[in-house]
Write a protein that binds this ligand. Structure first.
Ligand code: ANZ
Length: 951
């Protein structure tokens, strides 16, 4: 409870209390809203405004916007929002036009699941949740330009999400130009013959459906039948990025299976190289860049063709080690590889090793049984089986192209169909997995890299000279790995049996979901099943109101299920007659009934903040250029500061970069990257108290005594965990605001530690920041009378003046570097200095102090500023600037004596080191002159005040 008692209140009716804080905070929040204090003017359009502001340097400061969850906010959520707000306010006071706002990411699973749980329509529950969160956020005093806020479920917003989908759908990646281009340009090239169609037929001779099928191979958004991640427990398919490394759904933790389904994809793989190389110029945490690089997984290597005995079609493998080709002693096809069926002979070849056959009578039987066994495992299981390598001989032999040796072709599940070509050349001498397999199946090993002395019984994957690697035309022996790779690739290319290539781990982005609560696809199908894009004039295609919006979910472990889209239940909406304006007149169509994934809305929201009401365009180019365009130090453009959690490393942050690049290629934006600087805030953790059975007990009811923790008399144990309802330790910002005020909460969250570090919440420690504000208040306002006590005429003493300028200097650097905790420590020190000094504070100290704390505790700062006689808000006041002369430590006079006689006086910094002082003294002209030719025998240094030279 607040520590003010009624007695204290009568004695000091104007003390800074929770009640006064509430009054101040409400009044200033109302003022800011009425005054539109945080409205950032655009250079043009409906949000154009104050031209002097527009002329300033811009600062676009952004948070990862929230899901409007039903549980509301706890104190962990606003950590990042407060941090960006402090930074935005600081930038505003240092002469920037600051764009800072917050919208809602309101489509998607969390909102939908909450709606299903509570039996309310997702729109109703989402809107109620947003209202609740808005009220909670308003209490924190966040300086948002509310004119620019929106939710991704607003039809005026998702109209443009659908529009972007159509841009992506209507474009293709031109490898030559290395950028996306309109599909119309590809069609024109096919039509005039300047580009041959994939199968060489004349474009004019193709039926509309055939043309569409050709284009489907090029479009950046395309539907295809392919193995996808099917999650029966959620009732939807998922993107690779949404599946955890142990093969479960990131949300809900359900099993995920591979199922062959027709789904929409985004050709993000076309951008794999640019997504890697453009990272270099971004100011992002290295850890996130690394995660993206690893996820994209660029591997340089080669494709090599191996002839198969008795077959025309070769097996093409991808290898990162073409230098080891002389050591390829067998091959492996993934069980799903299409060539498996064609190469399997009717009977086992003579003398087939029994270990290879899996006990089957024929190769076909062996392969069939093995495939069945493999299909029940996830990719992750297949890759992490350790030493227990399984597989069967296909019955076919290939030929090593370098030494002509016949090598057996196996089918084994340690090779995945989804990577490279789904086939490998196996080199047990240099690859551990191949070594294990070769050991199990009694296959030969040829080392092609010289291992260190005594190396035996395992593969050698390190560097070294090549051995056993020569034929009549190619001699690699003695070469180091890199050079041997180069020579081999050149040789293969010359012979036309291989080529250097780059392979990526990244897969195309699975873009459709079988859910209700998402953006409908602006796509319809005609009687032939051919897809057609809706014309722009039909956007937004609104999500229909339906009775039954629940997803169809299944037994989480039942892989033999198929998704059902909620929208398909609504046949009135699905079947339509439309004139698409394509010259075909009014026809019957069937709508696409999948919806977009929840990532769609967050792929481009930064752009809509810029020009939120534009009904003609996604964003006016002049406005986009102003806020996001490339500039010095930000060659790819983008938001100046983007703060959010590290968990989005390969989801949102990869998808948003991809959409940016497409929009850039198509000329809609000037920024090729969405976010120039990224900062990951730490988590606010909380103590969890568990009873003897391990159940959490309400944290607020726990007592601490004798070094232990007790609940209802019973000893409980304390551990650190997540904050939330389920662990009974959630603390809401509303509680803290009621008890101390929002300014105290803001200060506490920012003071807890460096912003990027996780820290435990401790409600009892909040009062420390409350006391800072009380002392600040007392340094300006008389608690008994409410009068301002600062003096106008009096000059501050030297020590106070220096303390102020040191603080200004330190706080400026700290705020600019997002080191809010140390900024608060410095402000506290200055404030304590004033409290200790006693007596009225000179105005020339009080005013800069108020401005210094303003970004952190804006309400109380505004109030003091007003009481100090200013009108309006301090939001745009100039941040104090330190006088460099006063930032330096005061100089101390050092006396230099020669044989006890004073010969010079030096002004030196108080912290000067002995050696430096000695050098300074011996180099002083007066000392040099006094010494003359006399030899220095000894120098006694007592820094900083005395140097005694003995000659
Ligand atoms: C021969 C070889 C010799 C290989 C050697 C490695 C070491 P990264 O770096 O991840 O790209 N590989 C290729 N396709 C595969 C698939 N579909 N499933 C499982 N393994 C596959 O790894 C590429 C290497 O992984 C390739 O290079 C291939 O084995 C294997 F001393 O070829 B290597």
């Amino acid at each position: 409870m607040s520590e003010t008692t009624s007695a204290a209140e009568t004695a000091a009716p104007h003390r800074y209390t929770a009640a006064l804080a509430a009054d101040i905070e409400n009044r200033w929040q109302d003022f800011w809203e009425a005054d539109q204090t945080f409205a950032a003017p655009n250079p043009t359009g409906d949000l154009a405004g104050d031209e002097t502001l527009v002329a300033r340097p811009k600062a676009f400061i952004m948070d990862m916007f929230p899901y409007p969850s039903g549980a509301g906010l706890h104190v962990g959520h606003p950590l990042g929002y407060i941090a960006t707000d402090v930074f935005a306010r600081y930038r505003r006071m240092t002469g920037h036009n600051v764009l800072h706002t917050l919208g809602f990411d309101a489509f998607g699973l969390p909102a939908e699941q909450y709606a299903v749980q509570t039996g309310t329509h997702p729109r109703a529950s989402t809107e109620a949740n947003m209202e609740n969160m808005k009220a909670q956020l308003r209490r924190l005093g966040l300086g948002h330009d509310t004119r620019r806020s929106f939710a991704t479920i607003d039809p005026e917003y998702y109209k443009w999400t659908q529009w972007i989908f159509l841009q992506i759908y209507n474009s293709w990646y031109d490898e030559q130009a290395d950028r996306a281009r309109p599909i119309a340009e590809l069609i024109a090239a096919f039509a005039d013959g300047s580009r041959p169609t994939p199968d060489g037929r004349d474009w004019a001779s193709l039926s509309p459906a055939e043309r569409e099928s050709v284009l489907g191979g090029f479009r950046l958004a395309y539907a295809s039948q392919a193995p996808v991640n099917w999650c029966p427990g959620l009732g939807t398919v998922l993107a690779n990025e949404e599946v955890t490394s142990d093969g479960r759904s990131e949300r809900g933790n359900f099993p995920v299976f591979k199922a062959n389904l027709r789904q929409w994809n985004m050709r993000i793989t076309a951008y794999a190289d640019r997504l890697i190389s453009d990272l270099d110029a971004l100011d992002w945490p290295e850890a996130i860049k690394l995660q993206q690089r690893n996820w994209i997984g660029r591997s340089e290597g080669a494709r090599v063709d191996f002839a198969v005995e008795g077959h025309d079609e070769p097996i093409t493998v991808f290898t990162t080690r073409p230098d080891t080709l002389f050591g390829a002693t067998y091959m492996v096809l993934a069980p799903e590889h299409p060539l498996v069926d064609t190469i399997v002979p009717a009977a086992w070849p003579q003398d087939t090793n029994q270990v290879w056959t899996g006990g089957a009578a024929t190769p076909a039987e062996a392969v069939e049984a093995y495939r069945k066994q493999a299909s029940s495992k996830s990719d992750v299981e297949r890759q992490t089986e350790g030493k227990n390598k399984t597989g069967v001989f296909s019955g076919a032999y290939a030929v090593n192209p370098l030494n002509g040796v016949k090598i057996p072709v196996f089918v084994a599940d340690y090779v995945l169909m989804g990577y490279g070509t789904g086939a490998i050349m196996a080199v047990p001498g240099q690859d551990e997995r191949d070594w294990e397999f070769a050991a199990a199946f009694e296959l030969p090993v040829i080392r092609t890299v010289q291992p260190p002395q005594g190396w035996e019984g395992e593969a050698y994957t390190g560097q070294g000279p090549a051995i056993n690697s020569a034929n009549d035309e190619l001699d690699l022996n003695g070469l180091e790995v890199a050079e041997a790779k180069r020579r081999t690739i050149a040789f293969l290319e010359q012979r036309g049996i291989g080529e250097g290539t780059v392979n990526f781990r990244l897969r195309d982005w699975l873009f459709s979901r079988q859910r209700y609560w998402g953006e409908p696809f602006p796509i319809v199908y005609d009687e032939d099943g051919t897809a057609h894009a809706l014309p722009e004039s039909m956007l937004p295609l609104e999500l229909p109101e339906v009775e039954d919006y629940s997803p169809r979910t299944f037994d989480p472990d039942d892989a033999d299920t198929e998704p059902e889209t909620p929208l398909s239940r609504n046949q009135d909406w699905v079947n339509v007659e439309l004139d698409l304006g394509d010259g075909r007149g009014t026809r019957r169509y069937r709508r696409e009934t999948n919806t977009m994934p929840n990532w769609a809305g967050s792929c481009w929201y930064e752009l809509r903040y810029l020009d939120p009401h534009n009904s003609e365009k996604l964003v006016d180019p002049a406005i986009e250029q102003y806020w996001m365009g490339p500039r010095e130090g930000q060659p790819h453009g983008g938001v100046d500061l983007y703060v959010g959690g590290a968990e989005h490393a390969v989801l949102h942050l990869l998808y948003a970069r991809f959409w940016s690049k497409v929009l850039f290629d198509l000329g809609h934006v000037s920024s090729v990257e969405p976010f120039h600087k990224l900062f990951n805030q730490g988590m606010i953790q909380a103590y969890v108290y568990r009873d003897s059975r391990g159940f959490p007990v309400p944290a607020t009811e726990v007592e601490e005594r004798d070094g232990g923790y007790f609940w209802q008399g019973e000893a409980v144990r304390r551990e650190l965990g997540k904050m939330g309802k389920s662990l009974k330790n959630a603390v809401t910002p509303d509680e803290i605001c009621a008890e101390y005020g929002a300014d105290t909460l803001r200060l506490y969250e920012m003071a807890m530690g460096p912003l990027d570090v996780s820290r435990p919440w401790d409600t009892r420690a909040v009062v420390g920041q409350y006391r800072l504000l009380q002392r600040l208040w007392r340094n300006v306002v008389d608690e008994a009378t409410g009068e301002v006590t600062v003096t106008d005429g009096a000059e501050p003493d030297e020590a106070t003046l220096r303390a102020l300028h040191k603080t200004i200097d330190g706080v400026t650097g700290d705020l600019a570097g997002l080191r809010f905790n140390t900024a608060i420590a410095k402000i506290t020190e200055l404030n304590n200095h004033l409290t200790k000094a006693g007596g009225p504070v000179p105005r020339s100290i009080a005013e800069p102090l108020v401005l210094l704390i303003a970004p952190l505790a804006p309400h109380v700062a505004e109030e003091l500023w007003r009481r100090l006689g200013h009108t309006g808000s301090l939001a745009h006041a100039d941040f104090p600037v330190a006088d460099p002369a006063l930032v330096q430590d005061e100089a101390v006079v050092c006396v230099v004596q020669i044989k006890g006689k004073v010969k010079a006086r030096l002004e030196v910094p108080p912290a000067i080191a002995d050696a430096e002082l000695e050098a300074l003294a011996l180099g002083d002209p007066a000392v040099v002159a006094a010494l003359g030719d006399a030899a220095v025998r000894k120098v006694i240094v007592r820094a900083p005040k005395l140097v005694n030279i003995v000659t």
